[in-house]
Design a protein around this ligand. Structure first.
Ligand SMILES: [Zn+2]
Length: 411
């Protein structure tokens, strides 16, 4: 399988790595299993370390990403809420940054085109880069695809085929990049002074403050804040010009950064400088807050477990709602007895009829889930709770959700 231990920080190459959270051994959380694959399943340590030099949190191992992505069952468009989120981002880019139909737009890690599809119909220079076979599900013919990992070679190939982009979007991707320096170098290679980059990622201080340990899984190699990213981008002549907090991202609360070349016309917003000061005060490269997170995580796991067992022992039927990657960290951390959770509900066709990694819960369609007469369902995609609480048939037909995070409760 070829997992190696991490010896140097992914950004600054320092060896000052300190462990702060150990979730035990987990399987890759996006590797949903067919029945005959259950026996062969492998697990790997899920441990987070802090680089005390630059403040980057990262996994203690370098998982074999080829293995992860060859089995990637995540289709972004299967989430309507996520698609809506990206529609708003595209509209914002068009309005605030005056992107025109003739401009070239690029999405790195475009998955099934969930973001790119929202550019207006008169946009024709739309390019996506995506290594996984999620790209086979791109529906719009106008989207031109480079079916490759994004690296320096791919950036050169891009330049041979297309014009330098006016906009580059990188959402929910950066955490999956093992060689962040090569990634940024490649990005630097294909942008111009006119290029605006929009980058979204879960924000580490939120994760720590709110105890969102389910963001941690093998596909997420790094956990970002502004401080280490500023250092990384500066190495390659890129500056952070602005950012905004977004309550909703592909995996929960996130930060959206706007970047450009250092010599672009954009000025660095005061907001950016302020936030970096905040991070310093918060202790981004000090171990204290992280140790507290470790303690809180264990307490939270016990609390969720208690709620589930209480309902189970009262004779209720328990299920889980959505078979998300983050949900698998949560399910595996709960370490429940077998068969406590009967079924998982999911509408991504690539996951239906498979089994959840590690916990081996059978995944059924939303429609079939309703037939199973489940009383309580753990809402694994709790970041979409607004949507599920108001829209799901399960809830409308009397089912109750166990919302596990940030604070566990039943609704
Ligand atoms: Zn570092």
């Amino acid at each position: 399988m070829g997992n190696k231990n991490l010896k140097y920080c992914r950004i600054c190459y320092s060896k000052k790595l300190v462990r702060y959270l150990n979730l035990g051994k987990h399987p890759f959380s996006n590797s949903f299993l067919k029945y005959n694959e259950i026996k062969k399943e492998k697990k790997f340590p899920l441990v987070v370390v802090l680089c005390k030099n630059c403040g980057l949190s990262q996994l203690s191992i370098i998982p074999n990403t080829k293995f992860i992505f060859s089995r990637y069952d995540y289709l972004s468009s299967s989430s309507k809420a996520l698609s809506n989120h990206y529609r708003k981002l595209v509209n914002k880019l068009l309005e605030k940054y005056k992107i025109l139909p003739k401009d070239t737009v690029l999405d790195i890690g475009c998955n099934d085109g969930v973001l790119l599809q929202h550019y207006p119909k008169n946009f024709t220079n739309i390019i996506g880069i995506e290594p996984s076979d999620a790209s086979k599900h791109i529906k719009q013919k106008r989207i031109k695809l480079l079916n490759k990992f994004f690296n320096y070679k791919t950036s050169k190939e891009y330049l041979k085929k297309f014009r330098k982009p006016k906009v580059v979007t990188i959402t929910n991707v950066l955490a999956q990049i093992s060689d962040l320096n090569q990634f940024t170098k490649s990005l630097q290679n294909l942008i111009s002074k006119e290029t605006l980059i929009a980058l979204e990622f879960p924000y580490l201080p939120y994760m720590i403050e709110k105890g969102l340990f389910d963001l941690i899984y093998h596909e997420h190699l790094s956990y970002f804040s502004l401080t280490p990213l500023k250092f990384l981008f500066k190495k390659f002549g890129i500056k952070i010009i602005n950012f905004e907090k977004i309550n909703f991202g592909a995996s929960g609360p996130a930060l959206r950064l706007f970047l450009s070349k250092e010599n672009s016309k954009h000025r660095i917003s005061k907001k950016v400088i302020k936030q970096i000061k905040y991070e310093k005060k918060w202790g981004i490269n000090k171990i204290k807050k992280y140790k507290l997170f470790d303690k809180n995580t264990n307490a939270k796991i016990s609390k969720i477990k208690k709620i589930v067992y209480k309902k189970y022992l009262q004779g209720f039927k328990i299920g889980c709602f959505t078979a998300s990657a983050k949900g698998n960290t949560l399910l595996n951390s709960l370490n429940l007895k077998k068969n406590v959770i009967e079924f998982a509900s999911e509408n991504n066709i690539k996951k239906i009829d498979k089994y959840t990694p590690g916990t081996h819960i059978k995944i059924v369609s939303d429609e079939n889930f309703l037939k199973k007469k489940i009383d309580y369902a753990i809402l694994l995609s709790w970041n979409y709770k607004k949507f599920f609480l108001s829209k799901s048939l399960f809830k409308k037909k009397g089912g109750k959700f166990i919302i596990p995070l940030p604070k566990p409760y039943i609704k």
